[in-house]
Ligand binder design. Structure first.
Ligand code: SF4
Ligand code: SF4
Length: 192
């Protein structure tokens, strides 16, 4: 005997239609009644992009590579974020800091190339969790829709925040007590 996986399947039959089924009108009216019932219900959809829903406090959008207080890139190209990434979306090329570049990079090693493939990324936040330098964060910014694939590979030009202190990417909105609790991470204990 064939085993049924769900109760949703039914056996099709070619039995003759009743008079009620043949005139279709009751079925049409019952369909219209359902439509009318939903017409007067509260709308669950919104007119995006004119209207935008309030984001969850733990919404995870486009990444940012942060700079320190002196404007130096925090990332040391240790690769932990790439190792933690389940989608293998992060690639980087490390380089040694040269004398005279101390104002650009915080440590002796930095990411010469740092790329995230936004089409692979599932915005899980594991890279943020894995980073020991507080260098990468997910923000509440939306990755813009595009018509081609290549622009979705975001390089340092799109990921590193501007050096100008007034144009830095504010990540504090996501670092609320709820987020900190959610992370349940000792590194953030001093902020609680
Ligand atoms: S958010 Fe997740 S999937 Fe996206 S780059 Fe970070 S670790 Fe990878
Ligand atoms: S973002 Fe953080 S984890 Fe990733 S390479 Fe840079 S320092 Fe390492």
């Amino acid at each position: 005997m064939m085993q049924k996986l769900t109760n949703r399947s039914f056996i099709a039959s070619d039995k003759k239609m009743t008079f009620r089924e043949r005139i279709y009108l009751p079925a049409v009216l019952s369909g219209m009644a359902i439509t009318l019932r939903h017409f007067f219900k509260k709308k669950v959809t919104i007119s995006y992009p004119e209207q935008i829903r309030e984001f969850s406090k733990v919404y995870r959008g486009q990444h940012v590579l942060k700079r320190d207080e002196q404007g130096r890139e925090r990332c040391t190209a240790c690769g932990l974020c790439a190792v933690a990434c389940p989608a293998e979306a992060i690639t980087m090329v490390a380089a040694e800091r040269k004398p005279g570049e101390e104002h650009l990079y915080r440590e002796e090693k930095y990411a010469k190339v740092y790329e995230i493939n936004m089409l692979r990324c599932i915005f899980c936040g594991d890279c943020e969790e894995a980073c020991p330098k507080e260098a990468i964060f997910l923000t509440d910014r939306i990755v813009e829709a595009k018509y081609k694939r290549m622009p979705f590979v975001y390089g340092k030009d799109l990921l590193v925040e501007p050096a100008d202190p007034h144009k830095r990417v504010d990540i504090s909105a996501r670092q609320t007590s709820e987020v900190l609790k959610f992370k349940n991470d000792d590194r953030y204990a001093h902020n609680r």
